[in-house]
Design a protein around this ligand. Structure first.
Ligand code: BTX
Length: 329
């Protein structure tokens, strides 16, 4: 298994160029006929490999079948996703993640499913997770931060999803407070952060990510049809899931390491650069009062910052917010 992993790595480093059988056999310390046999095995995993005499081998097509192996091969992370649990079907990857975390699963363990039969949203809501249409994934983290800082991780995750979408597609994602990822005003991804903590210490955090990738408009259930969209619907391009997850894990690891080392300020700036309707007047309903104020950004504790008419800056933690777009998700 590890030989095959290194074989893939060698073939992938030279993107679409031929790698000679000689070089492969020297690097891997196996015979050229053994290399050939490994190639046949890779083809069974869905790889299309071309072998040309005197030139060598190259990958023509990588499989888009999500598995622990295909996610590991070519994954450019140090610690995130080094342990992957993949399920064809899961009730909820959050539930599996909690169970794994209670059984001491390592920091950076990733649970991913092709479909969820009981995907969870926030506050008991449901998350529609159709088979092979999106990324349904949970990440186990064991950060040495206080429970009060946990919402920063949700904001971090939103910026990572926005980054991935803008790196890989032509879409222009925005983040709608607190944690909706929108493309063209419609919800493309959601984040569910759950935490197990004592007074001042986090045992673990589970960051759940649901991203609609390859749905066509008519593949959403009627209940969410008007407010949901997918990357494909907004860009007219099908996105292979495996490289998208790999990119997500890579970007997440970078952002997380930066956050642990340098704190929240980079994330705050990035979050605000993606923010939906920042600088606009919004209407907020809290405790029987309704105010209109300018949405100016987010605070360190994840609160929404507003600037009221009488010149005050206030924090908003929850409440009904009218975004003046008639698309309340
Ligand atoms: P949320 O509470 O912000 O959003 C849930 C609401 O969004 C639903 O009530 C519905 O109106 C709408 N909705 C449901 N499914 C979709 C969809 N596929 N696309 C757009 N809108 C939808 C957001 O919760 C958090 C979602 C996290 C999902 C991940 S998937 C992996 C992990 N496992 C798990 O069970 N949940 C997380």
């Amino acid at each position: 298994e590890s030989t095959r992993y290194r074989l893939i790595e060698l073939l992938k480093t030279t993107d679409h160029e031929y790698v000679s059988g000689q070089l492969l056999s020297e690097r891997l310390h196996i015979s050229r006929s053994a290399i050939w046999k490994h190639m046949k095995e890779l083809e069974k995993d869905g790889y299309v490999i071309e072998g040309v005499s005197r030139k060598g081998y190259r990958i023509v097509k990588s499989p888009d079948k999500v598995s622990e192996n295909t996610l590991q091969w070519g994954l450019k992370t140090e610690w995130l996703g080094r342990n992957i649990i993949h399920r064809a079907t899961a009730d909820s990857t959050q539930r599996i993640a909690h169970q794994a975390a209670r059984n001491n699963a390592a920091h950076g363990t990733v649970i991913v499913a092709d479909e969820q039969t009981a995907g969870k949203g926030r506050m008991g809501r449901q998350w529609n997770s159709a088979k092979h249409k999106g990324i349904w994934m949970s990440i186990i983290l064991r950060p040495a931060i206080t429970p009060a800082a946990a919402p920063q991780l949700t904001l971090l995750t939103a910026t990572v999803l926005a980054d991935v979408i803008s790196e890989v597609t032509i879409a222009k994602p925005t983040i709608k407070w607190p944690n909706d990822l929108l493309i063209n005003h419609k919800k493309t991804a959601g984040i569910l952060t759950e935490m197990q903590a004592e007074q001042d210490r986090i045992q673990y955090i589970i960051v759940g990510i649901g991203m609609n990738v390859n749905h066509t408009a008519d593949e959403f259930p009627v209940s969410v049809k008007n407010k949901a969209t997918s990357v494909k619907s907004e860009t007219a391009n099908e996105q292979p899931i495996v490289p998208l997850i790999q990119q997500l894990l890579h970007d997440f690891e970078q952002a997380y390491d930066d956050f642990i080392e340098h704190g929240f300020s980079n994330i705050k700036n990035k979050w605000e650069s993606y923010a939906y309707r920042i600088g606009d007047t919004i209407r907020i309903q809290t405790n029987h009062t309704e105010i209109e104020a300018v949405f100016t950004g987010v605070a360190e504790d994840g609160a929404l910052l507003i600037h009221t008419d009488n010149g005050e800056t206030q924090k908003v933690y929850s409440g009904e917010i009218e975004w003046f777009h008639g698309d309340d998700t």
